[in-house]
Design a protein around this ligand. Sequence first.
Ligand code: TYM
Length: 349
Amino acid sequence: MAITERVFSGVQPTGNLHLGNYLGAIVNFVKLQETHNCVYCVVDMHAITVPVTVWGGPDELRRNTREVTAAFIASGIDPAKQIIFNQSQVSGHAELAWVFNCVARLGWLNRMTQFKEKAGKDRENASVGLYDYPVLMASDILLYRATHVPVGEDQKQHLELCRDIAQKFNNDFSASIAAQGHDGNYFPMPEPVITGAATRVMSLRDGTKKMSKSDASDNSRINLTDDADTIAQKIRRAKTDPEPLPSEEDGLKTRPEADNLVGIYSALADRPKSEVLREFGGAQFSGFKTSLADLAVEKLAPIAAEMKRLTGDPGYIDQVLTDGGDRARAIANETMNAVRDIMGFIHKR
Ligand code: TYM
């Protein structure tokens, strides 16, 4: 079977979806649906790789899964045209992950910086799932033989690992892949789609730290559920430096907070940074922040309102997820049957 272009991406239901998730990933999910068949997944099995006290237990997981689904729909992804579902509904993710566990090498996983960051000093106490997280992520993507993966910059290394796994699988089993009648490489080499002015949105309190769900300070991020007043207040309080804004991008190089706010403006306005600086260069931050707050409220407040409306109807959300799950499973089953044949696993046809 020939490889066709397909988009896959995932978001963890771990609470506090923020502007980084939106500008780094979800905005591109929305754009790509115009040109591609897309599969967007709420990765609930990835969410449970941290301690249960962190992911919050079953009620919290259900609530967060519905909230991410609502964010997808409220941002403009059409669940009738594209597939939106939660990972645990399609058993192929875990099954393919086992095969890939036997393809991926320990040395590859030992290099993963996100594991080191998340496990921290107490590595002995991290879950095996957290260590294996990137293998499950490769399975997510390759189960749909996806060719394009829109993500923020922090996922680049995981995408490289996914390509390494695809390549090693194709090499290790090349004879069997050919014997099963597949042309050339069975798994595609998925390309990361890391585009826009905000592929790495930084904390509003510290321009050298990534905006993150887990930051203790809520003022460090704009949550997708924040109302208009909260959004405006967080932007007003955002850390800046005393200089006026530069007129050219070069002038942002040593000014992480300024760079971050200009990047956010540029991404929200869908205008290049250079153009934003032409307009605001020489201005004081107070004026720029007012314009940024207005823009952020204009773009984000309607999403928050729609998310609230949608999460008020969990029956509808669950219907979207189960319908998406059925459509995802149909694609996944085809891949898993081919993988069983390639591996020599006897199965019912
Ligand atoms: P998660 O839930 O941590 O993040 C979801 C998406 O948001 C992006 N992102 C950011 N982008 C810009 N600036 C930031 N500060 C920022 N913080 C987060 C992430 O890069 C991501 O695109 N491992 C994935 C989930 C996943 C996945 C997959 C993604 C599981 N399987 C398969 C793609 C394909 C993650 O980090 O999710």
